[in-house]
Write a protein that binds this ligand. Structure first.
Ligand code: FAD
Ligand code: MG
Length: 360
């Protein structure tokens, strides 16, 4: 930009009276100042992995390399942790259920270990062995259906993460009953967000933003030093319409809700978050949850878990974990947040349907 300005300058200088020259040089000076004060331009990349649109915005010298490596990492995580396409480690673990141990990479074992940890903390509201039920309901497939009661109770006997044994020292895991299915849909995008941040840090990036279909993770602040703004989806409006905004630095902001994936039959909405105790889509008093945490894997597991638990138990769980904050949206359109978010949460609800309840 500066070179172009100097070129124009050289050409114009030849044929100008003095007073015009003064005005002209002042204007050029102002333009140059504006150029040097302008915001840095981010590297932006998009991809479609894990059934999700992923976009990133990365600032800094190595942004191009870092952003490219992140997309490669997304692809690799998808292929090793998917159950929606053939191949990969998790499919292998599921295929050997009731049969034998399966050797797994450190990162898959880490995600499985985290899943078991959050299952214990949430008293089973989060459960990665929910796979047989997820498959039976087929929500977001070509053939979603309401399974028969008998089928649900038969499949519930396969949902128990105590049947998932993990041995991190020897690098293997095993599912003890035939037909059991691990589904990392509620946690692996969270892991992928943390993996992205680690890549940015490796390249000495100080400011970056990545959105994995509603799982947002930010590194540092915006280049001008102000916090990143992350919108909270209005659960009853079309995708991209927000009802509140969170200001955050160095945080993961992860949401779950009954609006993301669902089908309707006979006027009933059947969504994709299954209550592992009933086998049916969770039917608490919530329609949306958002968790703010340092690690996106934690936020992902907790957004799903608290959605199943409902407002009171979900709030208690979020408050019991250090560094975790939460926003809950109830069926009667009330918004509750943990105390630590008081400064960061601003309602921005065009619909005027949601009420922020400050609870003490
Ligand atoms: P979350 O609340 O974070 O998770 C809900 C998901 O977790 C459910 O969809 C289910 O899979 C699982 N789940 C349901 N109930 C529970 C429970 N009680 N405890 C624990 N887990 C539960 N989708 C596609 O359409 N096509 C694909 O090819 C595809 N590939 C994927 C590959 C990978 C590796 C991953 C992780 C996901 C993939 N998905 C795919 C799934 C898709 O992206 C999911 O919708 C997404 O993971 C759900 O995230 P969420 O943030 O909407 O909801
Ligand atoms: Mg989740």
């Amino acid at each position: 930009m500066k070179n172009e300005v100097f070129d124009i300058l050289r050409k114009k200088r030849l044929s100008m009276p003095f007073f015009k020259k003064v005005i002209f040089f002042t204007a050029v000076l102002m333009l140059l100042t504006a150029c040097s004060n302008s915001q840095p331009v981010p590297v932006e990349k998009q991809g479609f992995y894990m059934g999700t649109f992923i976009s990133e915005k990365v600032y800094g010298e190595n942004a191009e390399k870092a952003a490219g490596e992140v997309m490669d990492k997304m692809k690799q995580i998808e292929s090793s942790m998917t159950i929606n396409a053939p191949g990969g480690e998790v499919n292998n673990l599921n295929m050997q259920s009731g049969n034998q141990k399966v050797n797994l990479s450190e990162e898959t074992l880490y995600v499985l270990g985290k899943a078991k940890h959050f299952s214990t903390l949430s008293e089973g509201a989060f459960n990665v062995t929910v796979g047989p039920l997820v498959k039976a309901w087929g929500i977001f497939t070509q053939n979603p259906r309401v399974p028969e009661k008998g089928e649900i109770s038969r499949l519930l006997s396969l949902v128990d993460d105590k049947d998932l044994t993990i041995n991190e020292q020897e690098h293997w895991a095993k599912l003890s009953k035939k037909g059991q299915v691990v589904d990392l849909g509620g946690i692996a995008k969270g892991y992928a967000g943390d993996a992205a941040i680690n890549i940015y840090k490796k390249y000495n990036i100080k400011s970056a933003y990545i959105n994995l279909g509603g799982n947002v993770v930010v590194l540092g602040s915006k280049p001008d030093g102000t916090p990143w703004k992350v919108g909270i989806q209005n659960p009853r409006a079309q995708n991209g319409v927000y009802m509140a905004v969170l200001s955050v630095k160095d945080k993961a902001v992860v949401s779950s809700g009954d609006y993301e994936r669902y089908f309707e039959k006979d006027g009933i909405r059947y969504h994709h978050i299954i209550d592992p105790k009933t086998g049916y889509p969770a039917d608490s008093d919530l329609i949306g949850t958002t968790i703010v945490a340092d690690l996106s894997i934690d936020a992902d597991a907790l957004s799903t878990a608290t959605f199943v638990l409902g407002l009171e138990k979900g709030m208690r769980l979020a408050q019991s974990i250090e560094g975790v904050e939460a926003v809950f949206i109830t069926k009667d359109k009330k918004v509750y947040a943990t105390k630590g978010l008081e400064e960061n949460l601003k309602m921005d609800d065009e619909s005027k349907e949601f009420e922020y309840v400050k609870k003490r």
